[in-house]
Write a protein of this length. Structure first.
Length: 276
């Protein structure tokens, strides 16, 4: 039975700050953000022109409640040979399947590893969804889920050479994944209306950072970014070796037979994937 690899991402739906629009109701936007997202997924056009040379074909294959199965493809000109051995071309539309769980405490997307790089597909859907969500004063940020253990394993192997650690954070609006974050960091992001922020700690010249999972602030940053709240990078002193969290993205395998079952089962499967 054939299986297919899917890369996992978390999306967050963030209100676009407007100071002088009397029609802007922040509480209403936050309250209905998942409904706006659902409507966007269902109403996107069948053809999505990214540029003059790139048009993607979009189809909602099935949906039930908070779960969606979407097919995205791009026309390719494929060479083939006739019976008379003449070289000819035909249009081909290789598909990439996308599974979405839109529960407000989940918000996970699984993108199939196909003829397209999943991160390219991530960028495409983020681009088109953002274009539509703007009408409802919302934006979407999609970030990979990664195995948190890879961060700490790298720290442990290289603990005497750590030059700097950088966390890039999407401003949190999902309390179930941001509970470990330092409250000061969350408050600063919200007060300043930031969409993303960076937190970088740097060792003195020829010195080494001391990073330990017993430090609740650092542990909270690692856990939040692993949960799809951003990304993490580590640079070593006098070395080209680096840690990039996006290189350790969480994957799951889905069998052909699972696509013949209820869509809710696929939604549950991508929800239960573990970052630890």
């Amino acid at each position: 039975m054939a299986t297919h690899t899917f890369y996992l991402y978390r999306y967050q739906l963030l209100p676009i700050t407007k100071q002088y629009d009397l029609r802007y109701d922040l509480d209403e936007i936050i309250r209905n953000k998942n409904e706006y997202f659902k409507n966007t997924i269902l109403q996107l056009k069948h053809e999505l022109p990214k540029s003059k040379k790139k048009t993607y074909t979009y189809e909602v294959k099935s949906y039930i409640e908070d779960n969606f199965l979407v097919i995205l493809s791009k026309k390719q000109n494929v060479k083939y040979y006739t019976h008379e051995h003449r070289e000819e071309y035909i249009d081909s539309f290789p598909p990439a399947r996308i599974i979405i769980n839109n529960k407000s405490d989940v918000q996970v997307i699984a993108i199939e590893k196909s003829k397209y790089d999943p991160n390219t597909i991530r960028n495409v859907i983020e681009y088109f969804i953002n274009n539509e969500l703007e009408r409802n004063n919302l934006s979407i940020k999609i970030a990979p889920l990664y195995k948190e253990s890879t961060f700490w394993d790298f720290i442990e192997r290289n603990k005497d050479y750590i030059e700097h650690v950088k966390f890039t954070l999407i401003t949190p609006n999902m309390s179930n994944i941001s509970g470990g974050l330092c409250s000061d960091l969350k408050d600063i992001a919200k007060r300043t209306k930031a969409v993303t922020s960076e937190y970088k700690i740097i060792a003195d010249k020829n010195a080494t950072l001391r990073i330990d999972d017993s430090d609740s602030a650092i542990a909270g940053l690692a856990e939040y970014t692993a949960n799809g709240g951003g990304s993490a990078q580590i640079k070593l002193r006098n070395s080209k070796v680096k840690y990039k969290s996006n290189d350790h993205q969480l994957e799951i395998e889905i069998g052909d037979f699972e696509f013949n079952g209820p869509l809710s089962s696929l939604g549950d499967k991508i929800q239960k994937a573990k970052i630890s």
